[in-house]
Design a protein around this ligand. Structure first.
Ligand code: FPP
Length: 236
């Protein structure tokens, strides 16, 4: 088969989700404080958005802060909050100029008022953009999301039994298609409470590469792996 035909045959996932792990170890290897690893991770995030867009990914979701991350040392949590603020202040204009729509998913009420305002502004400002959707999961936990959806249904019970569709409609971002490919960097082989409901039929890709080193070549590798897989959704 000619290279061009092979290229045309490639399946590009509509929605890619990423667990950005390994920032701490990336920093440690360089004798730097952990927060410097997160800072490098924030730059890698910016690059990943550009790369995903140019490779044809339509939805990119990123696990930036889990419900469990509050248990880290106060200095690290404070460092991450500082980066969140920096991100909202410095990176939204560039995203907007590239036609990206940004959304934040998770229990946002836990964040300081200035962060919540920044989030609201970024979401409103980029709402009309259609090139790529960026979903940043912050204070997100998959189990919590399911519990919240159940409580929503209990608050206004549907006529008849609960169905997959009715439960799904109460998830945090029901209009976003389920992830086709979930990537975890940093060498651990677990999902750590990310997209538990939505990832039921996702393909998984794990790499030892630390998040700050996850460049275009690494993303291409993940997409290549996805492209070669056959998805059967439980059928024979
Ligand atoms: C996991 O690495 C990473 C995090 C808990 C934070 C991810 C945050 C960013 C990439 C930047 C922040 C961006 C925004 C928009 C807030 P780890 O610390 O668990 O690494 P380790 O396993 O090597 O210790």
């Amino acid at each position: 088969m000619a290279d061009k035909d092979k290229e045309e045959e490639k399946k590009i996932p509509l929605h890619v989700g990423i667990i950005m792990d390994g920032n701490g170890r990336w920093a440690k290897r360089r004798g730097l404080p952990r927060v410097m690893g997160h800072k490098a991770g924030m730059e890698a995030l910016e690059e990943a958005i550009d790369n995903a867009h140019s490779l044809g990914v339509r939805y990119l979701s990123l696990y930036a802060f889990s419900t469990e991350n509050w248990k880290r040392l106060p200095s690290e949590v404070a460092g991450l909050m500082g980066l969140f603020r920096l991100y909202l202040k410095n990176k939204i204009e560039k995203l907007h100029s590239r036609g990206a729509r940004i959304r934040f998913v998770g229990k946002l009420e836990a964040f300081a008022p200035d962060i919540r305002n920044g989030v609201r502004f970024a979401e409103e400002y980029t709402r009309g953009n259609t090139e790529i959707d960026i979903i940043i999961c912050v204070n997100y936990g998959g189990r919590q999301e399911i519990v919240d959806a159940v409580n929503c249904l209990l608050a206004a019970p549907p006529d008849g039994p609960v169905t997959e569709e009715s439960l799904r409609s109460k998830m945090y971002a029901p209009d976003i298609p389920d992830p086709d490919l979930l990537i975890r960097t940093g060498g651990e082989l677990r999902m750590s409470n990310f997209w538990l409901w939505e990832g039921a039929y996702s393909e998984y890709y794990f790499t030892d590469v630390y998040w700050p080193d996850f460049d275009r070549t690494e993303l291409e590798r993940a997409l290549e792996s996805y492209s070669g897989r056959e998805r059967r959704y439980g059928t024979a």
